[in-house]
Design a protein around this ligand. Structure first.
Ligand code: FES
Ligand SMILES: [Fe+2]
Length: 394
């Protein structure tokens, strides 16, 4: 697997001198684990917000250290190709796109954008019989849902060059849980300079709230109190069973404007490889979010939150308020992980404690069980045998 992130490659296209350059810094922290054990293949991942994927210019993205180029064909259908020509590796985002075929900027080979199949090699003479249509640029299944373009990363990773056709995904890309059809949607995204594992266990960690998420309008450190939550196993993950949300949780404070405290319930699921789903219901009102932590490189991930709701009909600025609160929280997490990455550079020994870090332990156990099942071809052995109650102070 190529390990160098897409750098600032000089573009040879005359028509499209403007290309998207990923703002991601290149990090060189030492690694304790191999990339394969950090990043799971055989799943859908959010590649880019849908409003950043256009017909022209094509967009670069990176998933699991695979450089991709994304665009839309004439019908608006998104596509994702490996951003390296199977001929001699030229990044395809530097070529030209006519709405149907991507033309490499080096020797003009043309590839069907949706399938990656080679359509033309201009240097071939009439009597040369090379079978052009047997050649494929790496091509990935794409789906657009809930404001994001998702890309299926198969296992084993599709070869960057040669004769590999697009892999048909065994399941559809995840979608946000909707209680009613009509709702509003919004998204937030933040780059985190840590591995996907640290991103995920940071997301599910209940103990950092009083220290990281302080704000005068929100909560003080002194609001820390003992909590107790029930968890149960679900396929590929675990669920914090339906309960009344913590009195110091953000959506809860907003929902209190709509309903009695007793009628508000929240359910939070984590499922491999990286999905956190939260659904809060208060009578006929609901709020749902699907948060993903996407592995970009072995020491860089991205958190994307998409929220859907049917609230705020009479509340001016309700959605803006909610977005502000979420943006603030995500920024506090991002800043914390940026600092954490400085400590992680020196490869320290780390520890996970009960019960506050139990979800993090389950995450690693789930991942290990998934990889073991893949290795042996047997059914995955779920690491959480039965429902359990965890206690912590936060
Ligand atoms: S490198 Fe792409 S056509 Fe030669
Ligand atoms: Fe947080």
């Amino acid at each position: 697997m190529a390990t160098s992130p897409v750098g600032e490659v000089p573009c040879v296209s005359r028509r499209r001198p403007q290309v998207f350059i990923s703002p991601m810094p290149e990090l060189e922290s030492p690694q304790r684990q191999t990339p394969d054990s950090l990043m799971l293949t055989g799943f859908w991942y959010r590649a880019l917000p849908a409003d950043r994927v256009h017909r022209n210019p094509l967009q670069k993205a990176m998933l699991l250290e695979i450089p991709l180029v994304l665009g839309r064909d004439r019908q608006g259908q998104p596509f994702a190709l490996r951003d390296a020509c199977p001929h001699r590796g030229m990044p395809l985002h530097c070529g030209q796109f006519d709405g149907e075929q991507v033309e490499c900027g080096y020797h003009g080979w043309r590839f069907d954008a949706l399938t990656g199949q080679c359509q033309l090699i201009p240097s071939l003479t009439a009597d040369q019989t090379l079978k052009v249509d047997r050649i494929y640029a790496g091509s990935y299944a794409c789906q657009e849902h809930d404001q994001f373009v998702w890309v299926y990363i198969p296992e084993p990773p599709a070869a960057g060059a040669g004769f590999t056709k697009q892999v048909e995904p065994p399941m559809a890309a995840p979608q946000i849980q909707r209680v009613t059809e009509t709702c509003k949607l919004a998204y937030l995204t933040a780059d985190m300079p840590v591995s996907v594992d640290h991103g995920i266990i940071g997301l599910m960690d209940p103990a950092h709230g009083p220290f990281v998420h302080q704000a005068w309008w929100w909560r003080k450190r002194a609001s820390i109190h003992e909590k107790q939550k029930k968890f149960e196993p679900i396929p590929n993950g675990f669920r914090m069973s339906a309960h009344t949300p913590s009195s110091n949780s953000a959506p809860y404070k907003l929902l209190r404007l709509y309903a009695d405290a007793d009628s508000i319930t929240t359910t939070i699921d984590f499922t491999l490889p990286n999905l956190r789903t939260e659904t809060i219901r208060a009578g006929k009102y609901w709020f749902s979010s699907l948060t993903t932590v996407t592995p970009i490189t072995r020491n860089h991930c991205r958190i994307d939150v998409v929220a859907a709701w049917n609230l705020f009909r009479w509340m001016p600025f309700g959605p803006e308020l909610l977005k502000f609160v979420f943006a603030k929280f995500v920024e506090q997490d991002r800043r914390t992980m940026e600092l954490q990455s400085q400590g992680l550079k020196h490869n320290p020994h780390l520890m996970l404690i009960d019960d506050a870090d139990r979800p993090a332990k389950w995450y690693f156990e789930l991942k290990a069980a998934y990889l073991e099942a893949k290795r042996t071809g047997s059914a995955m052995k779920h690491p959480i045998p039965e429902p359990v109650t965890l206690k912590w102070r936060s």
